[in-house]
Write a protein that binds this ligand. Structure first.
Ligand SMILES: [Zn+2]
Length: 371
């Protein structure tokens, strides 16, 4: 019988749309006690026909999906420990937090978001379950570090194509077109249920290795509603040379916090890592101090993480007439003694709480976790 005690497990759900609603509802009903939900959007009228946890009043008052989710799940289980992060999985979730999870469940609709979830889960050594839905079709895939990797399944050409289309940061960053196909609550129910079933199995590694439970890892579940077709096809790839699934171990715990200034952080790292020279690589984003019009050399001070530059340009009256391609952004990709704005805090630079930093200490690679 499929019975798993999941009261002590920690599960993160990325994306609180139609699929995320189903997954979160299922996890709560199955007795999961500790949930982290991540989403940056607010509730819209269009979400209501396929999202069990949202109400019309939430859309009217434009409440954030994460706030609504926390409230409604607590109605289902008042003892639930739910933490929410209103933000983007690409930038706003510290790797240290992902490391605390037993499983991550992806309910996102873009390849880029999947790629990033995979990268972080592999770095953290945490398995993740991906779900995808369109109007009448859906898929579920399970990725476990050491066995199956999303990026490896894309293959070198697919990877190149994805990276070309999705430069991680910068003013030319383009958002992947969100799937415009209408999804239904039915397909979300089917896929969300399979995702949770697979996620719960991953909480029982012993039963999986002994064979009394069978994981879908290495296979893809496919469901098509119109002709009621279900398929389980092979979907496994693990290429030892893939840079995307590098595990970030071991991690050094430090007293670094996002509120600390860059200069203090560098000083603390030098002491804690016993190094003369330390450099913090900004791998997920860059820091932009100014943008310049290519044609005129006119310059505007920005002082924001790269991900916020596009919004800055849109809001800035004098910049609004200039196409993004007509601008050059001046950026920093690492924090070291040469970084000129050392009075800024790590949070100002864009580093989230509990993040794990990629640090070079006298040329040695170190993974450093913030508080
Ligand atoms: Zn890989």
């Amino acid at each position: 019988m499929f019975h798993i005690d999941c009261s002590k497990s920690y599960i993160m759900v990325v994306g609180c749309g139609a699929l995320g609603n189903e997954v979160l509802k299922n996890l709560t009903l199955m007795g999961v006690q500790h949930i982290v939900a991540v989403d940056f959007d607010s509730v819209e009228i269009g979400n209501l026909t396929r999202s069990v946890l949202f109400r019309k009043s939430d859309a009217q008052s434009k409440r954030y999906k994460t706030d609504v989710i926390a409230e409604r799940l607590k109605e289902l289980n008042p003892q639930l420990d739910i933490k929410t992060i209103r933000g983007d999985i690409v930038y706003d979730v510290g790797l240290g937090l992902i490391k605390q999870m037993n499983v991550v469940i992806g309910c996102v609709d873009s390849q880029w978001a999947r790629f990033c979830i995979n990268r972080y889960c592999m770095r953290a050594g945490v398995p993740w379950v991906d779900g995808g839905i369109s109007e009448l079709e859906g898929t579920v895939r399970v990725f476990v570090p050491g066995i199956n990797c999303y990026a490896c399944n894309l293959g070198p050409e697919g990877l190149k194509d994805l990276k070309r289309r999705m430069p991680c940061t910068g003013i030319i960053r383009r958002h992947e077109e969100a799937a415009s196909v209408p999804t239904t609550s039915l397909i979300a129910s089917v896929i969300g249920a399979v995702q949770v079933q697979e996620a719960l199995k991953l909480l029982e590694p012993k039963a999986l290795s002994e064979g009394s439970l069978e994981s879908m890892c290495g296979k893809m579940f496919y469901y098509e509603g119109e002709h009621l077709t279900t398929r389980l096809v092979n979907f496994q790839a693990w290429d030892d040379d893939c840079a995307e699934h590098e595990c970030w171990e071991p991690v050094t715990h430090t007293k670094l916090t996002p509120k600390m200034s860059v200069s203090k952080a560098l000083q603390l790292l030098r002491t804690e890592l016993a190094a003369h020279e330390v450099k913090i690589s900004l791998l997920n984003d860059c820091f932009v101090d100014y943008v310049e019009e290519r044609a005129s050399d006119r310059r505007w001070e920005v002082m924001l993480p790269g991900r916020k530059v596009e919004g800055f340009v849109e809001r800035h009256e004098r910049l609004s007439g200039i196409p993004l391609s007509g601008l050059y952004q001046h950026e920093y990709r690492q924090l070291d003694e040469n970084f000129p704005y050392k009075e800024l805090t790590l949070a100002d630079i864009g580093l989230p709480a509990c993040d794990v930093l990629y640090v070079s200490a006298d040329g040695r690679k170190q993974f450093v976790e913030m508080e």
